[in-house]
Design a protein around this ligand. Structure first.
Ligand SMILES: [Zn+2]
Length: 441
């Protein structure tokens, strides 16, 4: 019999009562034992999760994404291009048929890939699961259309889209990582640069090509995640333009300094492009340079956001931010603002799924809540601060001196706590799973 007797650092000490040997195991080791039917005292299944008695920590299943660079050879590149093309072809043809049918009969047409395969035999040359995936995606898109026809038909896919991709499913090991290669249906082993181990089971994989020409693979993996020990700490976030983020702990997060240097360089390259003859050799060369730099900038930005979302979810039980309306943002043509929007969207997305992973609570409050106008000490509403250039102000009522953004972050936290209290959500109970899904007001 096995029993968890103690915990050292992050490892559990498991005693084998037959021979008295103690072995240290990670939570993943212990869960894989449990899943294979071995009984270990000190860990209990609760619904779809496991709870460890010694520290009260819960483990649950979640999805995690991994993205790695691919190095396909010539033949494999041709195959990928064929898959991209066939997926696009199938999507566009099914879409055209569905639209024609809808316009004639105002009803849904169920078109299946096999019908197209027998008509266009070249579709048989590519990964059939990739075609299934297009079929599923299109059906989902059409469901949205039927729910609300005002949104319009799903869009056709253009040949010169910036992003080419196809998705395949893992069926009994059809997708697998083997040493420095990934095994894919129909094409076999493709060289891959794996920057970290993939823990868990692969559900599907998306192969894509970015404008600079590089190939990538993204795995969607089902993984066991252990929640973090509870903490009393709470934080409010004010998302800014000049600074990325200001917290109610008076912490200011900025974009990495290197980003501005690269953005300046990007602007220079774009100016140079304007002077080159369109579609000439040099014009394409310049386009390629620009695509590479775009990629680099996006990666630096994303890495920084991961660091921030990691820190915030590690340290705080409750995280509150504004609920940003993305559709409003797209209308905004101011460059600095639109770049900030992309970061905010990505940051809130990361905080949201990491909160779910680690058993934290993430609450979004209404954007129209006047967080920067209200004094967090006395509640006085100072409309003079509507003017965005007012960075500091003294409250006319209680005299407290405020940093505009820090005051806003305090108010956002207070509003989040009020929402949590009004919904009576206990912090660390069984209902917590429901609570940690994003609460919107
Ligand atoms: Zn005041």
């Amino acid at each position: 019999m096995f029993r968890i007797v103690s915990k050292t650092n992050n490892l559990y000490d498991v005693l084998d009562t037959n021979d008295g040997v103690i072995e240290s195991c990670s939570f993943l080791d212990i869960i894989s034992f449990c899943e294979s039917g071995i009984e270990i005292k000190g860990v209990f299944p609760v619904n779809d999760s496991y709870v460890f008695e010694i520290d009260g920590l819960r483990c649950h299943k979640s999805m995690k994404g991994y993205k790695f660079r691919l190095y396909p050879n010539k033949e494999q590149q041709t195959f990928f291009q064929k898959c991209f093309g066939c997926c696009r072809f199938l999507w566009n043809n099914m879409l055209a048929d569905k639209i024609a049918y809808y316009e004639e009969f105002q009803e849904r047409l169920d078109t299946q890939p096999p019908a197209y395969k027998s008509k266009y035999s070249f579709l048989k040359e590519v990964d059939s699961l990739a075609l299934t995936s297009e079929y599923r995606d299109l059906n989902t898109a059409f469901k949205n259309f039927f729910r609300d026809t005002k949104v319009g038909y799903p869009k056709f896919k253009k040949k010169h889209d910036n992003h080419k991709s196809y998705t395949t499913y893992n069926q009994k090991g059809s997708v697998a990582i083997v040493n420095k290669y990934v095994k894919l249906p129909k094409i076999g082993y493709v060289k891959m640069k794996q920057s970290q181990p993939v823990l868990g089971s692969i559900k599907n994989a998306t192969i894509s090509q970015v404008p600079s020409g590089k190939y990538y693979i993204s795995f969607n993996v089902e993984i066991w995640i252990q929640e973090l020990p509870g903490t009393e700490k709470e934080v409010g976030l004010d998302l800014g333009i000049k600074e990325l983020l200001i917290t109610s702990d008076k912490e200011h997060f900025e974009n990495p300094k290197t980003l501005y240097r690269y953005e300046k360089h990007l602007a220079k390259l774009q100016r140079q492009l304007a002077h080159k003859k369109k579609f000439s050799k040099n014009w394409y060369k310049q386009k390629h340079k620009i695509a590479l730099l775009h990629e680099k900038i996006a990666n630096i930005r994303k890495d920084n956001l991961h660091k921030i979302s990691h820190k915030l979810t590690q340290e705080n039980q409750l995280i509150v931010s504004e609920d940003l309306k993305i559709s409003n943002m797209i209308k905004n043509h101011h460059l600095a603002k639109s770049i900030a929007d992309v970061s905010w969207y990505e940051l809130t997305r990361q905080i949201s799924y990491k909160s779910n992973w680690y058993g934290r609570m993430y609450v979004k409050v209404n954007t129209y809540y006047p967080s920067s106008q209200t004094c967090n000490c006395c509640g006085y509403k100072n409309t003079a601060t509507k003017d965005l250039s007012v960075r500091y102000w003294a409250c006319p009522n209680c005299g407290t001196y405020h940093d505009r953004d820090e005051n806003a972050a305090d108010n956002i936290l207070a509003e989040g706590k009020r929402i949590v209290a009004s919904q009576n959500i206990p912090g660390n109970s069984d209902e917590f799973q429901i609570a940690s899904k994003n609460i919107k007001q």
